[in-house]
Design a protein around this ligand. Structure first.
Ligand code: PLP
Length: 456
């Protein structure tokens, strides 16, 4: 029975997808529209144009077009690091003594070290093509800022990054990478925006949060001349761009005559997971196949497993449109001892709807277990995973162990969204036994829920 497939499967370069796949076209219960918080009506393209590029606004609002052509200059840059490899985790299988066949799609093979470059290139390209003079964005752990820095630098576009203060201080090298690409990096909250000044007045020692950095970046974009804002996750357009992961992956699995029984991905805002599962979820929605799809999130920031499905702001400053999503409330502040990324309070509206309708599952895992999985994976597979990605590894290991116990030879696919070379402080904490698990109490979560806008 045992098929001997290669460790690494690379599609040929000409198989890099020419189109992104828009999963919304095949979803019956469409994700809820973004709402304008002033009117409580769905946001219009005209309202979004001051914030995003025209092309991405159209992608954002389009629930019907199934395929969007990938512009030629974007494909050209994709060729530098794509197709990304699909890897058979033979060593991990052996170590776990499992009959399961484990595959992972590895998106860490580029300088940014993560899948985020896939959408960064698209957003930077459109901003340049539409004649804008710069982009702004926020970054938490730093991967998105790095990815967008690379992309903007390639297309010759200035970039300002608001970096969550706790990361700015804990990950100085991330800042340096962005600066290498010519990016202006500002610690958030900062005194360069109204939102930032307000937050600093309330709490001068604030560690910042992604939600707050988003407020600052959006404010900066809309109050500057000819600048636009780019977001690295959560939005429909980002999940659309990330579909390149799943499209390549499905084709590579077809080459191997494989199809996953279980697909696992870590979920912060939902972009790598949404991209990986896109064509498989299409099969599920159209009745062609029925893989289990599992989102993995940190127990310290559990938006799917303990959040509310509600309209909420995408930022702490409450200046963005409202999205209906699984959320802990825009006022939720993850505990600072949470080391492994995935700190965002909400989840992509598209995945939220699919989860709500029972098309996918979610599990929450504690961070010391995640780091134990990361260390094991590094040793046997010789890739140092990003802590975010290690959430997926952790759940994949659990599934593989279940297969060992039941004797079922399932095919498990997970997304290895990136590498962990800039997360060594967290690895160090784990190795020196200083890492703690933090699970918010119901009362603490309630504080976040109290910050939800009261509109329903
Ligand atoms: C940003 C990031 C994530 C989380 O973001 P999603 O939008 O949920 O994918 C996961 N893994 C890595 C490596 C990241 O950089």
């Amino acid at each position: 029975m045992a098929k001997k497939v290669p460790y690494r499967t690379y599609l040929p370069e000409e198989k890099i997808p020419k189109y992104w796949y828009n999963l919304r076209a095949d979803i019956k219960n469409k994700p809820y529209p973004l709402l304008n918080p002033a009117t409580l009506k769905p946001v219009t393209a005209e309202e979004l144009y001051p914030v995003f590029t025209k092309a991405t606004v159209e992608q954002e609002l389009d629930n019907d077009t199934r395929y969007f052509e990938i512009p030629e200059p974007v494909r050209e840059l994709y060729k530098v690091y794509r197709p990304s490899p699909l890897i058979r985790a033979y060593n991990l299988e052996k170590h776990l003594d499992t009959p399961a066949r484990i595959y992972y799609k590895f998106e860490g093979n580029n300088t940014s070290g993560s899948h985020k470059l896939n959408s960064a290139i698209a957003q930077a390209y459109y901003a340049k093509a539409e004649g804008f003079s710069g982009l702004t964005t926020e970054t938490g752990a730093g991967q998105w800022g790095t990815a967008l820095s690379e992309a903007c630098s390639y297309f010759g576009l200035p970039l300002t990054v608001y970096m969550v203060k706790v990361s700015y201080n804990q990950k100085p090298f991330r800042k340096t990478v962005m600066q290498v690409f010519g990016t202006d990096v500002i610690a958030s909250p900062s005194d360069t925006t109204q939102v930032g000044r307000m937050l600093l007045e309330k709490d001068p020692d604030s560690n910042g949060s992604l939600g707050c950095a988003i407020s600052e970046a959006v404010e900066k974009a809309v109050t500057s001349q000819n600048m636009r804002y780019a977001l690295g996750s959560v939005l429909n357009q980002v999940l659309l761009h990330q579909s390149v992961i799943g499209l390549e992956c499905k084709e590579a699995m077809e080459m191997l005559d494989e199809y996953p029984d279980i697909i696992i991905g870590c979920a912060g805002g939902g972009s790598n997971l949404g991209g990986l599962i896109a064509p498989f979820m299409q099969d599920k929605l159209t009745g062609k196949a029925n893989p289990r799809i599992v989102a993995v999130e940190p127990a310290s920031c559990p938006s799917f497993t303990r959040g509310r499905y509600a309209y909420d702001f995408c930022d702490t400053g409450r200046i963005t449109p409202m999205a209906k999503m699984y959320t802990l409330g825009c006022g939720f502040m993850p505990s600072p001892n949470h080391a492994g990324g995935l700190r965002y309070h909400g989840m992509a509206p598209m995945l939220s709807q699919l989860y709500h309708d029972g098309y996918m599952e979610a599990v929450a895992v504690e961070q010391s277990k995640v780091f134990a999985a990361a260390v094991l994976f590094s040793k046997v597979e010789t890739v140092l995973p990003a802590p975010e990605s290690a959430h997926a590894i952790c759940a994949a290991i659990d599934e593989a162990i279940k297969c060992r116990e039941s004797g079922e030879a399932k095919t498990i696919l997970f997304g290895l969204s990136g590498t962990g070379y800039f997360d060594l402080t967290a690895y160090n904490e784990f190795l020196s036994g200083k890492m703690t698990d933090y699970i918010p109490t119901d009362e603490e979560l309630q504080k976040g829920f109290d910050s939800l806008p009261k509109i329903e």
